[in-house]
Design a binder for this molecule. Sequence first.
Ligand SMILES: N[C@@H](CCC(=O)N[C@@H](CS)C(=O)NCC(=O)O)C(=O)O
Length: 247
Amino acid sequence: MPQPIELYFWPTPNGWKISIALEEMDLPYELKPVAIGEGAQFKPEFLKISPNNRMPAIVDPAGPGGEPISVFESGAILQYLGRKTGKFYPADERARVMVDEWLFWQMAGVGPMFGQASHFRNYAPKLVDDPVKIDYSVQRYNNEVNRLCGVLDRRLEGRDHVAGAYSIADMALYPWVKLAMLYGQDMAVFARVSAWLDRVAARPAVEKGLAVGAELRRPPPEADSEAAKLLFGQTAASIAEAASKQA
Ligand SMILES: N[C@@H](CCC(=O)N[C@@H](CS)C(=O)NCC(=O)O)C(=O)O
């Protein structure tokens, strides 16, 4: 029985990418919750694994050469797991480049833009008492979410999945794109995206991966709460201070 991979995780779209991948690849794993509202991402031992103070991260005790390896950044983790198992990440160079294109599109476009859309829609109204500023920001990021849904919809014309066979690129996209309707997008406009969401959702491993850590979920932090102070307005100096408190 292979030793389980340690999954440093909190139930958010970036975390679910990896719980879905581990389920899809049938790899044993052990959950290591990182309570991001309580500052666990600043613990020195976690920063050694994930210097960007973000989850997800993994430690694979059976890394290259049989030695442990840690990996942070969800895209790098997905590529690592894909190479390790030979699953959902084709070895053929042309097919792999296509998966990489859409994986990086998720990492650089969908993740950050959907993340900001979520922040200004769900969190900012609890933190900032200025509807004009919030409206502008909501509109800006909703437009980007809309544009990105349009790109994906065009891409899915005549395709079941984003980059050839179902791959780590679909796994990276799904947990974010499924939230588009919660950010006010009319998914009837993006019929191919909606059909793809249904296709991916029907996979048992996706259902299992999304259920991981459900009991850990928390409502958005209130203004002036400890969680809001820890999560928002982070600077280099505030991270150093938070890390020294967690040492
Ligand atoms: N680019 C990173 C983003 C990860 C990320 O933003 N994680 C968030 C939760 S979704 C986090 O750990 N936040 C902790 C914090 O803001 O301090 C990845 O894809 O791994």
